[in-house]
Design a protein around this ligand. Structure first.
Ligand SMILES: [Zn+2]
Length: 334
């Protein structure tokens, strides 16, 4: 029987009729309900806890004021970190520093003449993997004031007019593509032409694989330019900062008359995991750190960032034959 008292159609079995009756919401008084409806106050069931935005306690910690040091875990005041050239005052951990900030810490005020500033990379291979090279470049260009992973130019460091190239890891991991290679080569060639020493401060994950063979060719190009610079008996100082690896390490970064490094910088060619898998040997403690490589003679000195400028001046004095203490320019107030 259904609500309207009509006879069910002949194709529907009796059970189906019963189900139909129940779904309409009617209760057959002769048929006991399988589940007794709750007798208690139904409101207790219906009331649900509110999930909407409630009263939340706001944490009034302004962003961008403090940075946690990854080494000693101290919260460092950002202003203090900037004043200290991005070095933790507690444990001397060297945080990454941008290329422009580093140049500012080394050259005399307003003495830096940037070269090839507008030069930008081109996606010559139409490279696409997880993201296209074109998109990666666009994202990195939007990020800040860098057109690529190196800034080059000529500046005054103490009494020395010097060709200076500074890499920036924040642009595509400081990778060396055609632009990095070309800018550095032009810097070295210009310095050779003007009889200037060259300082290159590296920070790089290696050759930029988005540019395939073109990035690898930069290794030979920069090395050849440095060979002409050396033939002119002009000094080249290479400074390795965290991290300096792969194609950059295997080319201009290790061709310095003096090779310096910042404390605890990771320096190497392939990553430790690759070396371990290839050699099937346990790697010694401190492998690929500046300190490890100083012990084994690959690098000549470890120089803390705050001392870098004065040490570079001292080395240039020595290499250019300038008498000790013969500085003429006012040291830059860092
Ligand atoms: Zn620290």
């Amino acid at each position: 029987m259904n609500l309207a008292g009509q006879t069910p159609t002949r194709h529907i079995p009796i059970m189906a009729t019963t189900i139909f009756t129940k779904t309409t919401g009617a209760v057959d008084p002769n048929e006991p309900a399988l589940n007794t409806p709750p007798t208690g106050p139904e409101t207790a069931f219906l009331k649900k806890p509110k999930l909407g935005p409630g009263k939340k306690k706001k944490r009034d910690i302004p962003e961008g004021l403090w940075t946690k040091c990854p080494k000693c875990e101290t919260m460092v005041f950002d202003k203090e970190l900037d004043e200290n050239l991005k070095v933790c005052s507690k444990c001397q951990h060297h945080f990454p520093i941008g290329a422009r900030e580093r140049i500012h810490s080394l050259v005399e005020t307003c003495s830096f003449e940037e070269m090839d500033a507008p030069m930008t990379s081109v996606d010559i291979l139409g490279f696409t993997a997880a993201a296209s090279y074109k998109d990666k470049l666009a994202t990195n260009l939007q990020k800040g004031n860098l057109k690529d992973a190196v800034i080059t130019g000529v500046g005054q460091i103490g009494p020395h007019r010097t060709g200076l190239g500074v890499m920036d890891f924040s642009f595509l991991g400081g990778s060396m593509g055609s632009v990095v290679g070309e800018k550095l080569t032009r810097l070295i060639e210009r310095s050779t032409e003007k009889s200037l020493p060259v300082i290159i401060i590296s920070s790089s994950g290696g050759a930029r694989m988005y540019e395939g063979m073109f990035s690898l060719m930069q290794m030979a190009k920069t090395a050849a330019a440095l060979a002409y610079h050396a033939r002119a008996r002009l000094p080249y100082l290479s400074v390795l900062t965290h991290p300096t690896t792969a194609g950059v390490m295997a080319s201009f970064a290790t061709l310095g008359d003096l090779i310096l490094a910042e404390p605890c910088a990771m320096i190497g060619f392939a990553g430790p995991r690759v070396i371990k898998d290839t050699t099937q040997a346990e790697l010694p403690p401190g492998f690929q750190t500046a300190e490890f490589l100083l012990d084994r003679g690959l690098i000549d000195a470890i120089v803390p960032r705050k001392e870098m400028k004065q040490r570079l001046i001292k080395y240039l004095d020595f290499l250019t034959g300038r008498p000790k203490g013969g500085t003429t320019a006012t040291p830059h107030a860092a």
